[in-house]
Design a protein around this ligand. Sequence first.
Ligand SMILES: NC(=O)c1ccc[n+]([C@@H]2O[C@H](COP(=O)([O-])OP(=O)(O)OC[C@H]3O[C@@H](n4cnc5c(N)ncnc54)[C@H](O)[C@@H]3O)[C@@H](O)[C@H]2O)c1
Length: 352
Amino acid sequence: MQPIQIAVIGTGSISSLHLDAYTKNANANLYAVCDLNEGRARAAAEKYGAEKVYTDYRELLADPVIDAVSICTWNNTHAEISIAALEAGKHVLVEKPLCKTVEDALNVQEAVEKSGKLLQVGFVRRYDTNAQLLRAMADRGEFGEIYFAKASTLRRLGNPGGWFSDIERSGGGPLIDIGVHVIDLCWYMMGRPRPVSVSANTYHKLGNRSNVKNLSFYQAADYDAEKNTVEDMANALIRFENGASLLVDVSFTLHAKSNETSVKLYGEKGGFEIDPETVIVTEQNDTILNIYPQTDSKGFEFNSAFQNEINHFIDCVTTGKQPLSPVEDGVEIMKILVGIYESAAKGAEVRL
Ligand SMILES: NC(=O)c1ccc[n+]([C@@H]2O[C@H](COP(=O)([O-])OP(=O)(O)OC[C@H]3O[C@@H](n4cnc5c(N)ncnc54)[C@H](O)[C@@H]3O)[C@@H](O)[C@H]2O)c1
């Protein structure tokens, strides 16, 4: 079998996880990289052994050697680059969030359908080994109907600056950047029920707190604390057609004593937690049991989840199988995210 020829567009912070995983996949060949910043693209090409370097993604897409692309650029470019790549006959793995608006998401979906190429959304949390284990148990009905989920991803200090804090390029703050991961994870675990309404709040109280010293945090490749037009905190209650609900809170900054990540789901026959540690809660012999699965990692394992995500993408491209995180799911998650911002702006519940 000929290896799938890969190009990575955007060679900033997260791209290293894609680049590294492609170089470890025997059925993929990292052929090209592209970034607006030529020096950054050249450095990535040298480090990971890519043959071609581009600064204009349109020139890259015209290269007939390329079969598939990873899009690791700013959120405001995801829809445009995805559509151009699909139209150029390339398969696409696009980082989360799919884009900034529901309209753009539907345009991407239409381009997927027209092109017959596949698009996988980078909902990397789905690809974690523990998440897959729990999903398989849910499929076997071991938790019964999952009717409530609760997720927090709170950074006390962690506004990545640069484009992340510029609403024009990011589409929003912690909600669209890190909240998207836990919202998608809960929704996926709940069996992807149709969202029907959202009631939410966003807060712009603390700013980016770039004055704080002696605590490091994730930063955009071009870190700049000058501009900050995104919320620093959001919370939301999402209702689904089947009566289930999801409660979520997220922050880039908050006067919390520490960072906090928790993902908990509750079903009729049992419940489970994914973050910070995988644990299953059930009842047997009139006794409540907390069960700790013996897997390689107790919590989310970033590197192996990315490797699984990339391996799955290559497998789908090779076999024509539909991805575990298809474009339709990217569209549904966009509806929820946009609904949350809309509800917060109105100060009222919105119907989706
Ligand atoms: N899956 C995850 O856990 C995860 C984690 C972090 C970031 N992300 C996502 O990955 C994407 C990139 O985030 P990052 O942290 O790497 O940001 P970054 O700022 O570090 O890197 C983005 C890069 O994209 C380049 N770029 C922007 N527009 C471009 C264009 N039109 N053509 C070519 N290059 C372009 C920039 O020059 C920059 O080098 C975002 O969508 C973000 O939401 C995902």
